[in-house]
Design a protein around this ligand. Structure first.
Ligand code: AMP
Length: 121
């Protein structure tokens, strides 16, 4: 089910948000946190998460306010600028089991820092 409503408060990004476990912070504001992925798949691999609890992008689309969605999307440009990704970058958001989502808190992967290949092997 991709439209699950039961947010798991024990997920690892929830623990990063409440600072139970550390992260390498790139950007933070009232609503958004961005930090380095622990297992980078490109020279730059950063995860962007909303501070509000959403299980996935699907949950976010169904249940977030327009203001929250707008601010979250706009934060991507700010973070890309901080990361100096002026030559381009890729955004990925895995959703649910078949989408390959491992952590059930909405996150966008920002990947860049080299010429990226095809999106799917
Ligand atoms: P996904 O498969 O889209 O749910 O991606 C989860 C991502 O979280 C993976 O790229 C992991 O490398 C990353 N990850 C897992 N634990 C941590 C952590 N403690 N700090 C930073 N990134 C993490």
């Amino acid at each position: 089910m991709i439209d699950i409503k039961n947010y798991d408060n024990d997920n690892i990004f929830s623990k990063i948000l409440n600072k139970t476990i550390p992260s390498k912070k790139i950007y933070e504001d009232e609503k958004v946190l961005a930090f380095e992925d622990i297992n980078p798949q490109a020279p730059i691999h950063v995860l962007v998460i909303p501070k509000e609890k959403f299980c996935s992008l699907n949950d976010f689309c169904l249940n977030a306010s327009n203001e929250t969605i707008s601010e979250f999307i706009r934060s991507i440009e700010k973070i890309a600028k901080i990361l100096k990704l002026s030559n381009g970058y890729r955004i990925i958001s895995n959703i649910g089991k078949e989408g390959g989502q491992e952590v059930p808190h909405l996150h966008f992967h920002i990947l860049g820092g080299k010429q990226l290949g095809k999106i799917i092997d």
